[in-house]
Design a protein around this ligand. Structure first.
Ligand code: HEM
Ligand code: SF4
Ligand code: SF4
Length: 642
């Protein structure tokens, strides 16, 4: 996986040239997702103030929000930040997968759950607009759910008919779900980063400013609009489709409902078992010599994975390793000025004055590309698990004891163990203990990151500088630390790049998608049919006054539905009985049929009640909005398109 980490950084380095290594968005995918979640939450609370919680008026209130320039901007920001949240979460997931961090069980599982919850929040958000798209999504959701036999298939039809008696409840559940799950996400995210010490919760301020500016520009250029109002009598043909939230629904267009269930459960299961796949890398863990430990607490602060606790041992507070959390990065070795922490296999450093002399003592991280010291450079080369494991007190000894003229540190642009690079630079530049002594001139230390174009030339140049400076008066050397990294962002290009990226992504937030092909004639039958009783019983009780005057229905007749084209061809023959265990309830029918004939005749006959049934003849079909046939006022009717 170390080579994947390096490849990732090589691609990311392209953006470091614009954003700098510190602000590179590809190194801030998780925290940028949190930032987007925060933007979506704040703008969501704002537009909620102007929203009407009633499906009959919700659409108009959203239209009014859009009509006001500032409120419209807030609405657009709410939508696009939510869309980008999905993109950044998926990128964050891919990043974790590529660099092999999927073994962090708690982070992975809570991450998968947060992703599903985010998608759920988005889908319920779209329902709140109550436009054609909301109708389509409600309809598809109901169709998907009603594949489970205990659910009523008529709910799908109720969405098509915009029957608020039925689907008004769904609207309220969506509103509640949208808000409740947003709050739940905060809790899940807290669990997500629970095991991570010093997690990057929010990205650096400048990166957030770039993001906000770009988002505003995109919102002004591509303001969010609703689809047409959710009307009752036509199939939602002309809807826009948000690929970030509705990707799962697309499969409802191309696959049967059962296949969608297999797909959903299968992909959920696959994501959940990823952490259990492949062998866990054997990790060498550090040992802590408790006699040397003076309980300074530094290793416990510095460990990026919370693997060291300060606990009472033999009446004294000591640093105790929790091996389950430890990933073997060795960063704690550098925290300990007492040298109480050692890692088996860690290179033995030549620090004593009588050690062989070198111009350069070079340290390279195990994730750094394989480097060889160039010919002609007199160097001792130590390979360490993470550059953050190099103890500044050892460097000090090497330089002041003239074991070497200077120290070269070669670490990743994005530290695999998250904090190794930051802690090292802070320790060397006297910002974090244990610090490099101020007596050591910083010109004697150099830091090179893994994606610098010509590492070999850098090493040669550094060795040359050291040789030239040996005779110089180092006491007056106040030069700052030289870090070969991408240090300066270009603000204008950074915002521009974000704007282009966000703008392109925004286009996929409202693509036109004809969920039903326009050139096909669609016939939809959606109704509830109460058939004649076939078995009844008289309720028997001791008390005469409690006896029901009406016989109790035990079962009702099944029905046969027959659809015949005007050419005489039978297009559908199907029998229906009451669903579930009870035989005394109404029968729900939901059918979608693509028909090539100009008109159809529909016959319903009760198979166990002679002469009972309904029919509707000469139902004309067109390629426009589809025809919905339902039962109203006890009669089979084709609804006219608005
Ligand atoms: C709403 C969705 C998510 C947000 C806001 C989010 C955010 C974060 C943040 C802020 C961190 C800490 C990063 C750091 O300090 O370096 C993190 C770590 C992590 N996330 Fe996520 N995450 C989300 C979803 C996911 C998903 C879907 C996965 C994968 C299935 C995932 C996998 C991980 C892993 C493995 C880590 C640990 C990384 C490490 O140890 O260096 N996250 N996440
Ligand atoms: S850094 Fe060293 S001395 Fe300090 S608590 Fe850890 S082991 Fe003990
Ligand atoms: S090796 Fe790394 S993970 Fe393990 S205790 Fe030390 S700092 Fe923590």
């Amino acid at each position: 996986m170390s080579s994947n980490h390096l490849k990732y950084q090589k691609i990311a380095a392209f953006f470091s040239r614009v954003y700098s290594s510190r602000l590179n968005p590809l190194y801030h995918l998780g925290d940028f997702a949190i930032f987007l979640f925060a933007v979506a939450s704040v703008t969501g609370i704002y537009i909620f103030l102007f929203y009407t919680i009633n499906p009959a008026h919700a659409y108009d209130s959203v239209q009014q929000i859009s009509a006001n320039p500032f409120n419209g901007l807030m609405r657009s920001m709410h939508r696009y930040s939510s869309d980008l949240l999905v993109v950044f979460v998926i990128l964050h997931l891919i990043h974790s997968l590529i660099i092999g961090k999927y073994k962090r069980l708690l982070s992975w599982i809570s991450g998968v759950i947060s992703f599903l919850v985010v998608v759920f929040i988005g889908v319920t958000g779209y329902i709140l607009v109550w436009d054609q798209k909301a109708k389509l999504i409600g309809f598809l959701t109901a169709k998907f759910i009603s594949a489970v036999p205990i659910f009523d298939p008529a709910i799908a039809g109720a969405f098509l008919l915009n029957n608020l008696d039925y689907v008004g409840g769904f609207f309220k559940v969506s509103l509640f779900g949208h808000i409740f799950f947003s709050v739940l996400t905060i809790i899940i995210l807290w669990i997500h980063v629970l095991r991570i010490e010093n997690p990057k919760i929010f990205p650096p301020r400048k990166l957030m400013i770039y993001g906000l500016l770009a988002l505003c520009v995109v919102c002004v250029l591509l303001p969010v609009k609703s689809d047409a109002r959710a009307e009752s009598t036509f199939i939602p043909y002309d809807t826009t489709f948000d690929w970030y939230y509705f990707f799962g629904y697309y499969f409802m267009k191309v696959l049967p409902v059962w296949a969608n269930w297999v797909l959903m459960l299968g992909s959920g299961l696959l994501l959940a078992i990823i952490p259990f796949m492949g062998k866990k890398k054997a990790v060498v863990k550090p040992q802590i010599d408790l006699d040397k430990c003076d309980a300074c607490n530094l290793c416990s602060y510095d460990c990026p994975y919370g693997a060291i606790d300060m606990l009472v041992k033999n009446n004294e507070i000591k640093a105790i390793l929790n091996p389950d959390n430890c990933v073997g990065c060795g960063i704690c070795i550098a925290s300990c000025k007492e040298h109480a922490i050692t890692l088996p296999g860690y290179p033995v450093l030549e620090t004593l004055p009588d050690a062989p002399k070198h111009t350069v003592a070079a340290f390279s991280c195990s994730y750094f590309p394989q480097v060889r010291m160039p010919e002609g450079v007199n160097a001792a080369h130590y390979k360490v698990p993470c550059i953050g494991s190099v103890n500044p007190k050892d460097l000090e000894k090497m330089i002041t004891g003239h074991v070497c003229e200077g120290v070269l540190l070669m670490g990743c642009e994005e530290c695999y163990f998250r904090l190794g690079k930051t802690w090292t630079l802070d320790r060397i530049t006297h910002k974090r203990p244990p610090m490099l002594s101020k007596k050591v001139p910083l010109s004697k230390v150099r830091f090179i990151t893994s994606v610098q174009p010509n590492v070999n030339a850098e090493i040669v140049a550094f060795a040359q500088e050291l040789s030239n400076n040996t005779a110089a008066n180092v006491h007056h050397d106040t030069a700052p630390l030289t870090v070969r990294d991408f240090l300066k962002p270009n603000h204008v290009i950074a915002v521009l790049l974000f704007t282009v990226f966000f703008g392109v992504l925004a286009l996929f937030s409202a693509t036109k998608l004809h969920f039903y092909p326009k050139n096909e004639q669609l016939l939809v039958l959606s109704f509830k049919y109460v058939s004649s009783p076939t078995v009844t019983t008289q309720l028997q009780t001791q008390e005469k006054h409690m006896q029901s005057p009406v016989p109790m229905v035990k079962s009702r007749s099944p029905i046969k539905l027959q659809i015949v084209g005007n050419s005489g061809k039978t297009l559908l023959v199907k029998e229906y009985s009451p669903r579930g265990l009870r035989k005394d309830i109404a029968i729900f029918v939901y059918e979608e049929l693509k028909v090539a004939e100009p008109s159809v005749n529909i016959h319903i006959t009760e198979t166990e009640a002679a002469g009972k049934g309904m029919q509707l003849l000469n139902v004309p079909l067109s390629t426009k909005d589809g025809v919905i046939v339902t039962i109203t006022d006890g009669q089979l009717k084709a609804l006219a398109n608005n």
